[in-house]
Design a protein around this ligand. Structure first.
Ligand code: CA
Length: 713
């Protein structure tokens, strides 16, 4: 790892170069350096005394995403209108939570670009582009997204897609310092928002689909020096262990996982902090490969995969963990949003931590000790019957491990709940969960070879893909569901639910005005009554929404703001279920207030595929090779079975299907590496690259015939 301590010549040079695009585009200095974003621990701990601000990712260290503001409420929310919008100028996914501190909004778009705006008007104060190389897209499982910045004592902290932690002057967007948080030769990425606790900037990373060893790092906010690092899975035991926690974890692994990419267990999103207990909590992701038969033959719990871990924020010292999915083998991460609250449990108020991880169980855990208090299904999952309260472990359905036969699992690898933040309203006592409800088929692969730097999930990509028969595809489509679920964590049952069109909807915000706000895949921002789920208001966003709304107040006026723009894992992979009603990605910040009547300019295009394939002249054996290789190497970005979600070109419509050499130059030779299309010369032969082309030609004919049949030709 490269690490620069400030001030060194390297940092000064880097700052000089990186500061170039950060000029103040409005031509005015918003304030003198150091005046802005003067957030510290006391202010965040007392966030309810200044509810007009949204100073940290989940608004408070408890990450409840509950606002005490109530000028906008269930009586008047139907008077909400568009106050201003800001174009984020990207057609890739938008997942960020904006911060608002003392009248200024700080937000991020795709490719880790930061914007500071006047929170009342949307006027741009400055932008900062970290110039992430587009080739880094090859190491993203789930789009080139970013979920936001952290603010602390006049600085903003950004984790860039290519793994840098950058400290910006909040007043100007100038770089104060920047460090590499990871080995840039490995397929790590950063998409999550940093948090700052006790002057330490906390940042994790992603990459467990490809093959990395996960960890969380803490950097000194002033200097950028590394203070501590907590690995989530053990390295090669022969090299010794970093700490006792790793020694304990290694007892739960078999085989030589460190040779297959490093075990996984990335800390790519959730964190929360309890100042009273002085415990920092974070969620840990899936293993590399997903398939435990390959990763850790013979089983084992594989700590700390799929776990919630509590550490001391000063030192990174391990305190406790709770593993949601021992021996995970389905991409069942526990990186989902963690909420801290004090709720009733068996007649008394307990300090709890709540999570609805991918595996489909809602967990209530004592956050002082890690003791499991309750767990129940928040969707109709089929991989386990229940969680045994005596052991705290799920009771699995044995076939779900797909050792001897394929198994169709609910929830899928996208989870019953993904990164989209949930929220907790202490007035209603309910948690508002953006639920995904969809199946996925898992099977042992015919063979497995670990290839450094590319997807290494270790399951059968053909069985995990779509069936050829369209009626079967449509039947699966009917199972692709999503809903807003209001969950009572005390009784572990649903209070109400609203069904959505498709699984991939926005994160949630709840307020003291008896409101829940959520954006949807089909292009709306909706306000619901928090107690009943009644729809009170909606606004057409012209594009799918996955990011969570926030609310803030300036000069006695309350605003609701949400970053819109469709994207992320489902949008990339499940084109079959996206395309029929696909909205364009129009990435914007939309900000609302009572009585405003702004409107959005018309969007005069819709994404589509123009089919013009060459004749299909490959034999069945070639097509079978092309099919498998497409599923193993291409579908993560270009969509299952070559049906794209249209954020990335649908290969069935490309003219390169006619151009064998041009196709080879791109796929084998890397001619478009600088646009984000990786080079596959090390993973695929030229014959295999042409077999993939033939498979895509076949799928283009299939798509063309279906469209003609639908049009009645
Ligand atoms: Ca994953």
């Amino acid at each position: 790892m490269r690490h620069f301590s400030f001030p060194t010549l390297s940092v000064l040079l880097a700052a000089a170069v990186l500061a170039l695009p950060a000029c103040n585009q409005s031509g005015q200095r918003p304030a003198s350096a150091g005046d802005q974003a003067q957030v510290d621990g006391k202010r965040i701990e007392r966030a309810d005394r200044e509810p007009g601000n949204w100073m940290t990712h989940g608004r408070t260290y408890s990450e409840q995403r509950y606002s005490p503001l109530q000028r906008i409420n269930d009586d008047n929310v139907d008077e909400l209108g568009l106050a201003w919008s800001f174009d984020l100028q990207t057609k890739r996914g938008i997942e960020s939570t904006s911060l608002v501190v003392d009248r200024v909004m700080y937000t991020t778009g795709a490719w880790s670009i930061v914007h500071a705006l006047d929170a009342r008007t949307g006027r741009l104060l400055w932008s900062y582009d970290p110039k992430v190389p587009k080739a880094k897209a090859e190491h993203t499982c789930c789009d080139v997204v970013n979920r936001g910045v952290a603010a602390w004592r006049g600085q903003l902290f950004l984790g860039t897609l290519d793994g840098r932690l950058v400290a910006l002057d909040a007043a100007t967007g100038q770089v104060n310092w920047e460090v590499e948080t990871l080995d840039a030769t490995l397929p790590y990425t950063i998409t999550g928002a940093p948090r700052v606790v006790k002057g330490k900037v906390l940042i994790g990373n992603g990459g467990a689909e490809f093959g990395v060893r996960g960890y969380l790092s803490a950097y000194d906010a002033k200097t950028g020096e590394l203070v501590w690092r907590f690995y989530t899975v053990p390295g090669n035991p022969e090299l010794g262990f970093e700490n006792d926690a790793m020694r304990m974890a290694a007892e739960t692994w078999n085989g030589q996982w460190w040779k297959l990419g490093g075990g996984g267990g990335t800390v790519w999103d959730s964190m929360a902090y309890d100042p009273e207990l002085d415990l920092l909590y974070f969620g840990v992701g899936n293993g590399t490969p997903w398939n435990q038969e390959i990763r850790s033959p013979g089983g084992g719990d594989n700590l700390f995969l799929s776990s919630i871990v509590a550490v001391r924020p000063d030192t990174g010292e391990y305190v406790w963990h709770y593993q949601t999915t021992p021996g995970e083998t389905w991409d069942y991460t526990a990186t989902q949003h963690i909420i801290l609250a004090d709720i009733e449990h068996e007649g008394r108020t307990r300090k709890v931590l709540m999570q609805a991880p991918k595996n489909g169980f809602f967990y209530v855990v004592d956050r002082a000790t890690g003791e499991l208090l309750s767990a129940d299904k928040y969707i109709n999952l089929n991989w386990a019957t229940h969680v045994d309260m005596a052991t705290g472990r799920p009771v699995e359905v044995p076939e779900a491990r797909y050792k001897d036969a394929p198994f169709t699992l609910v929830p899928s690898y996208l989870g019953g709940h993904n990164w989209h933040p949930m929220s907790y309203n202490p007035d209603t006592g309910l948690v508002y969960i953006p639920v995904l409800d969809m199946p996925a088929a898992y099977a042992q692969p015919p063979e497995f070879k670990y290839y450094p730097g590319v997807s290494n999930i270790g399951t059968d990509g053909v069985i995990g893909g779509l069936p050829d028969d369209q009626a079967e595809r449509d039947a699966i489509g009917a199972l692709m569901q999503g809903r807003l679920l209001a969950w009572n964590p005390t009784t572990q049952e649903a209070a109400w639910a609203v069904e959505h069109r498709g699984p991939w909807n926005g994160g949630t915000l709840t307020t003291a005005g008896n409101l829940v706000l959520q954006g949807t895949a089909d292009g709306k921002l909706v306000a619901y009554a928090a107690d009943s789920g009644e729809v009170l208001w909606d606004f057409p966003t012209q594009t799918g929404v996955v990011a969570p709304p926030i609310t803030y107040e300036v000069d006695g006026e309350q605003y609701v703001s949400v970053n819109v723009g469709w994207g992320g894992a489902f949008a990339l992979v499940f084109g079959e279920y996206v395309q029929s009603e696909s909205l364009p990605n129009v990435s914007r910040i939309l900000t609302f207030k009572l009585g405003a009547d702004g409107s959005l300019p018309d969007v005069d295009w819709r994404p589509t595929v123009v089919f013009n394939p060459p004749p299909l002249n490959a034999d069945q054996a070639t097509l079978a090779i092309g099919h498998r290789k497409f599923q193993d190497f291409c579908m993560g970005c270009h969509g299952l079975n070559a049906v794209s979600g249209l954020l990335i070109p649908d290969l069935r419509g490309t003219a390169y299907l006619w151009d064998k050499q041009g196709w080879s130059d791109i796929v084998h030779g890397g001619a478009r590496a600088n646009k984000g299309m990786p080079k596959f010369a090390e993973h695929l032969s030229k014959d295999e690259v042409q077999a993939i082309r033939s498979y895509v030609v076949q799928q283009a004919h299939r798509g063309k015939q279906l469209r003609e049949a639908a049009a009645g030709n």
